[in-house]
Design a binder for this molecule. Structure first.
Ligand SMILES: [Zn+2]
Length: 161
């Protein structure tokens, strides 16, 4: 592999690792799945459920591109105003691109976090993980048939194990 290729693949690996960390923070339910592979699969399955609705694929493309465009636009106007003449242009562009992309991803995360959590709990319950579908509480060993956290009746196979 060439030097640049090596750099690229280590950056991608780092991004993947960061993405996984972020996923577990955003979706604590993922911790119920033991392996990283199972967590990746669950997130892909959740995304696949969403992709049936038209707004999901559209927003997954539009949000990052929109963020990117905003970042570039902001940079261009700053440059035109001469406000970043003391900073190297490469740095300004890199920051614009990264912050634009990050904004898009954050907006997307805010819009879909609750839906994703709901879908994820549903998926876990279908796989016989003892979890409350309403709040995500761990229902392992629950005998009362009611979630002690939110009081919702435990339905179907959610309380087994
Ligand atoms: Zn609950």
């Amino acid at each position: 592999m060439s030097g640049a290729g090596k750099h690229f693949s280590s950056v991608m690996k780092l991004l993947l690792k960061l993405g996984r960390r972020l996923n577990v923070v955003l979706y604590p339910e993922l911790a119920r799945l033991g392996t990283e592979q199972a967590q990746d699969e669950a997130m892909v399955a959740v995304a696949a459920r969403h992709s049936r609705k038209w707004h999901y694929p559209v927003s997954i493309v539009v949000a990052p591109i929109g963020g990117l465009a905003l970042g570039v636009l902001a940079t261009l106007s700053l440059q035109r105003l001469g406000l970043c003449s003391f900073v190297p242009e490469v740095l300004v562009r890199t920051v614009a691109i990264l912050s634009g992309l990050a904004t898009g991803v954050i907006v997307l995360g805010c819009i879909y976090r609750n839906r994703n959590r709901r879908e994820l709990r549903q998926l876990l319950a279908e796989r016989c993980v003892a979890i409350c579908r309403a709040c995500g509480y761990d229902l392992t060993g629950n005998k009362s048939g009611r979630c002690p956290e939110c009081g919702r009746a435990v339905s179907g196979n959610a309380a087994r194990e």
